[in-house]
Ligand binder design. Structure first.
Ligand SMILES: [Zn+2]
Length: 632
């Protein structure tokens, strides 16, 4: 848990599935020809940053003004918040406003840099924006401790008696509930001093895996020598050629094997760091501490793991189907990632076609939603094509006082139409939040950040299936959709279960040796996939190398987000009364409530098995449809 919420986020808000997709990424299609420069692209395919500032001069002018605010803000308010509800209100109002005004500076600088990362003036602008963020964070970091020095009763009575301050009730409640876990000045100082020590295990692990680890060379499908790496392993494991998949798996594991004790010790070090902070901050368990920030009840985590365990027979059925489809005599880990159905002749779509497909596919979301999507398409909120030195990947970002933006590197594939729908989900979530909430609640929590994007993906799935002309196309799509639930829901829950077991063992004072962790992981994986999966002894290091485990209790959100989205999307597709209205309400809620409450209002209670069960039902329906289509 952080002692205070930073005033402005320093890092780019990349999407969770974006990160996940990057890990799972297939080989990028070879790009042929020259990459165009920005001036070769028509304006209508480039985002328009003049919506934020007319030019760099205007940015400079605003930058100076904000520097002044960083100086004047503490002078105006520091030491005075305890005086009266009016002063407290003024400070909260001003700091929220400064936050959104700074958003313009940050977004303009970074998005300019993302257009062409090689321009020194843009690099400098981005660096200066981050420097200013640090200054503004310093200028406001005293606020939370000062608010907490007001007795809770006084603060609550101020909120009830001052109609203006009532707007900040939820914001203040969020600060107040942290009080029990904040230490005295010396305690906080000591904890801050442990920061660098705590990061050492993760840093050592990253250096070992990214730099020092010697990967072997294997022969690719054409018989050429290729030196392995994690990225190449992610690519090779999707190959139809089983020999390549197997060599890649064995080769990658053989790289980690000699270091298994080192990696286990580093992982244990990271977990012991979490245990230390947990105890220091008076939490009962590391899980409770990790979920405290977004105020997620531990029951949500337990419920996810329990409900998925109940539904494991579905994954066992899937494993059998996979074995049959691949025609292998034994199903191994290296058979889990290649498509069960080969990709039919890849169609290429123009951006105009992709836009139409997204607009048609998202029709179930209704006119209010579609009007906003058209607005994004027609007003240059999107930077469409790859250009020289442009940032890779795709994201949605934007700023409260203007509107959301989207960066793409559109390549015309089926996958990319999905990416467009996904990023549009993020953009619409931001758009409706910006429009309907005051600055203080104008963003949303990580816990719900992937819900809108995934809802779009699931709504689009039905459109794709209706569009499919041949049996092969249909099977290919069903395979893809099944795989997204398998990887996002089953696999991430398996990680979550393993992670929890590791932390519990550490909390009980038990030793986390390589042998023990390796066995724990293999047993969990065997339980998930069932008897069809033949476990290779090399899998001992398979789980140990997953870098997410250095960031405790993070991955479960992939599974909860997907399940919430499945419930919402299926409700909308089935035209369940109120489903669409509730969904739009969710998009408009921002951070005005705790994320679990926002979802509850939208009809998804994550403390109950229902949303996870809904998602499992969808998996089962897709399995049924796959088998029916196969037999047809
Ligand atoms: Zn995303």
């Amino acid at each position: 848990m952080k002692t205070h919420r930073p005033f402005v986020a320093l890092t780019l808000a990349l999407c969770l599935t974006g990160l996940l997709a990057a890990q799972l990424a297939l080989a990028a299609p070879p790009t042929t020809g020259e990459v165009p420069t920005r001036d070769q692209i028509e304006d209508k395919y480039k985002w328009d940053l003049t919506d934020i500032y007319a030019d760099r001069e205007a940015w400079e002018k605003d930058f100076k003004r904000m520097q002044g605010i960083a100086e004047s803000f503490p002078k105006k308010y520091k030491g005075k918040l305890t005086n009266s509800p009016d002063i407290l209100y003024g400070a909260l109002q001003d700091s929220a406003q400064v936050g959104v005004e700074f958003g313009k500076i940050m977004v303009y600088a970074h998005q300019t840099l993302h257009e062409d990362g090689n321009v020194p003036t843009s690099q400098e602008m981005a660096k200066r924006a981050i420097g200013l963020a640090t200054k503004l964070n310093e200028a406001t970091s005293w606020m939370e401790p000062e608010i907490l020095s007001i007795p809770e009763e006084t603060l609550r009575s101020w909120i009830t008696s001052s109609p203006k301050l009532a707007l900040y009730e939820h914001h203040l409640d969020n600060i107040i509930r942290g009080k029990a876990h904040i230490l005295d000045a010396r305690g906080e100082e000591l904890l801050a001093m442990t920061g660098q020590m705590g990061a050492a295990a993760n840093e050592a692990y990253t250096s070992l895996c990214d730099v020092d680890l010697p990967f072997p060379t294997i022969k690719d499908e054409n018989g050429n020598d290729v030196e392995l790496s994690e990225t190449r392993h992610y690519m090779f494991r999707t190959y139809p050629d089983r020999r390549v998949r197997k060599d890649s798996f064995m080769g990658t594991m053989s790289a980690y094997m000699p270091f298994k004790n080192t990696i286990a010790a580093l992982l244990a070090g990271s977990i012991h760091g979490d245990v230390f902070t947990t105890k220091a901050r008076h939490f009962d368990a590391t899980l409770e501490a990790a979920l405290f920030g977004p105020n997620i009840p531990v029951s949500v985590y337990d419920n996810l793991v329990k409900t998925i365990n109940k539904n494991l027979p579905l994954l066992h059925r899937y494993a059998k189907l996979r074995k049959k489809m691949l025609g292998v005599d034994e199903l191994h880990i290296y058979d889990l990632y290649c498509p069960m159905v080969p990709k039919p002749q890849e169609e290429q779509y123009t951006y105009e076609q992709a836009k139409d497909m997204v607009l048609t596919g998202l029709e179930p979301l209704g006119e209010e939603y579609l009007t906003a999507v058209r607005k994004a398409f027609e007003n240059r909120w999107i930077d469409v094509y790859e250009t020289k030195n442009k940032r890779s990947g795709a994201y949605s970002w934007g700023t409260y006082l203007v509107h959301p933006y989207m960066l793409l590197n559109f390549n015309g594939t089926f996958d990319y139409v999905g990416t467009l729908a996904h990023e549009m989900g993020h953009a619409m979530h931001s758009y409706f939040t910006f429009l309907n909430r005051p600055p203080v609640y104008g963003s949303y929590a990580t816990f719900v950040a992937e819900v809108a994007s995934t809802t779009n993906e699931i709504v689009m799935q039905e459109y794709w299936l209706q569009r499919a002309k041949t049996k092969e196309e249909k099977l290919f799509l069903l395979d893809q959709f099944l795989d997204s639930i398998r990887q996002t829901v089953f696999r991430q829950t398996m990680f979550a279960e393993f992670e929890r077991a590791m932390h519990q063992a550490a909390e009980a004072g038990e030793a986390l040796t390589a042998e023990r962790l390796g066995k724990m992981y293999m047993n969990t994986m065997q339980k998930y996939y069932g008897p069809t999966l033949v476990m290779d002894p090399e899998a001992e290091v398979y789980g140990l190398r997953i870098s997410h485990f250095f960031r405790a209790f993070y991955v479960y959100q992939y599974a909860t987000s997907y399940s919430a989205a499945a419930t919402l999307a299926v409700g909308i597709l089935d035209e369940k009364p109120g489903a669409l209205e509730n969904y739009l309400g969710f998009l408009k809620a921002g951070s005005s409530e705790y994320p679990i409450d926002t979802l509850k209002k939208a009809g998804v209670d994550m403390t109950t098995p229902k949303p996870i069960e809904d998602c499992m039902k969808r998996f089962e329906t897709l399995l049924d449809r796959f088998e029916e289509t196969l037999e047809s």
